[in-house]
Design a binder for this molecule. Structure first.
Ligand code: TYD
Length: 206
């Protein structure tokens, strides 16, 4: 048993996860907690290399190979960064985790979601977050935000809006299947309001 706390942020590209993860990390840090901010893919040196392949490889990657690459990144990240931090009693705040694979590789690429989940469970020896914050935003608004922030799209961002609609629906289904693990927030709300909603929920856990 670890005394740490594992919080993940999920949502479509352009939903504002990173901003909210940073705000939450700063708040917990000010409250005296030791916080580790990390992400998938790319939370380790090995992961940075995997990230480069999955996001920027120029040719096609078979959907199952893509799922395995994300799972490989995750296995190494959980074993070498996240579990040790939790064992030290720290708060781990992470951009994206298993739910990303179920939504993007399962619903987006149309692989069997249970198989995708099973792969990640094997990769992580079944580590689940204490809390998952889903920043929910419709695909069209997310695209408008990304257009303002990007000079080029990665392989997943470049997918058609139907892909991103499927990802969003899958996330909402995951959240309603596990309401005690998820907090769903409207990502179109002002940044400060979202941050306050998240802090209120996290305050109940720390
Ligand atoms: P992210 O780091 O959030 O992108 P950025 O930093 O560019 O905002 O995520 C990278 C992409 O990887 C994102 O489009 C979602 C995708 N992804 C998956 O498809 N499956 C996964 O398991 C994970 C973790 C991410």
């Amino acid at each position: 048993m670890s005394s740490g706390l594992f919080i993940t942020f999920e949502g479509g590209d352009g939903s504002g996860k990173t901003t909210q993860a940073e705000l939450l990390g700063a708040w917990l840090g000010e409250a005296g907690r030791s916080v580790v901010r990390t992400r998938e893919p790319g939370g380790t040196e090995v992961g940075v290399e995997v990230r480069e392949i999955v996001l920027h490889h120029r040719g096609d990657i078979a959907p199952r190979a893509e799922a395995l690459l994300y799972a490989a990144d995750r296995a190494h990240h959980i074993a070498t960064v996240v579990r040790p931090a939790l064992a030290r009693g720290e708060v781990v705040i992470q951009d994206r985790y298993i739910d990303s694979s179920v939504a993007y590789q399962g619903a987006g690429r149309v692989l069997d979601p249970e198989a995708v989940r099973g792969l990640s469970e094997w990769a992580t020896e079944g580590l689940l977050p204490d809390l998952t914050i889903l920043l929910d935003l419709d695909a069209a608004s997310a695209r408008t935000r990304l257009d303002g922030a990007r000079t080029r799209y990665d392989r997943l961002e470049a997918e058609a809006s139907e892909f991103h609609d499927r990802v969003r629906s899958a996330y909402l289904a995951l959240a309603s299947a596990e309401p005690e693990r998820f907090l769903v927030v409207d990502a179109a709300a002002p940044v400060d309001e979202i941050a306050a909603e998240i802090r209120a929920r996290v305050a109940r856990l720390v």
